[in-house]
Design a protein around this ligand. Structure first.
Ligand code: RB5
Length: 151
């Protein structure tokens, strides 16, 4: 399932992406306010999206804020989340193939390449494993060392 959320800056883009998911019959859950609300700050949105993503193995997240930077910083504080801020199709494809990203971050106020094509690239590519496993293991080691707590 696709877990989608945005802060106030990303509401319109979120609606556009939801229309696309709906039209393609892709299962999704909008986990943040449908319309802009006071206090829908990007760290909260990132946390809500990531928590839901981690509930099921095949979930992916889409987190949106003005630049995409805020949500990507916050998402990447959550153990087990590999969030990728993508502004073009190539980045979205490689985020899946090499980084096994489980959250796509998008900036609503940027001149992104076509956002729907970015979402499609993210959803339609798969992790390659192999030599990339070693690198992801090193990321988990960084999580273990710096984030502490439950593993
Ligand atoms: C909100 O104005 C803006 O700061 C936020 O959407 C995001 O761009 C932060 O990184």
């Amino acid at each position: 399932m696709i877990i989608i959320g945005s802060d106030h800056a990303g509401i319109e883009l979120k609606k556009k992406i939801i229309s696309y998911l709906y039209s393609k019959k892709i299962d999704y859950a909008d986990v943040t306010n449908f319309d802009s609300q006071e206090g829908d700050d990007y760290p909260d949105i990132a946390e809500i999206v990531c928590k839901k993503v981690l509930e099921r193995q095949n979930n992916f997240g889409i987190a949106i804020c003005g630049t995409g930077i805020g949500v990507s910083i916050a998402c990447n504080k959550v153990r087990g989340i590999r969030a990728a801020l993508c502004t073009d199709v190539y980045m979205a494809e490689m985020a899946r193939r090499h980084n096994n990203a489980n959250v796509l971050c998008i900036g609503a106020r940027l001149k992104n390449e076509d956002v729907i094509e970015i979402v499609e690239a993210f959803l339609n590519h798969f992790y390659e494993g192999g030599r990339h496993d070693r690198r992801l293991k090193k990321i988990r080691e960084i999580e273990d060392f710096y984030l502490g707590g439950d593993k």
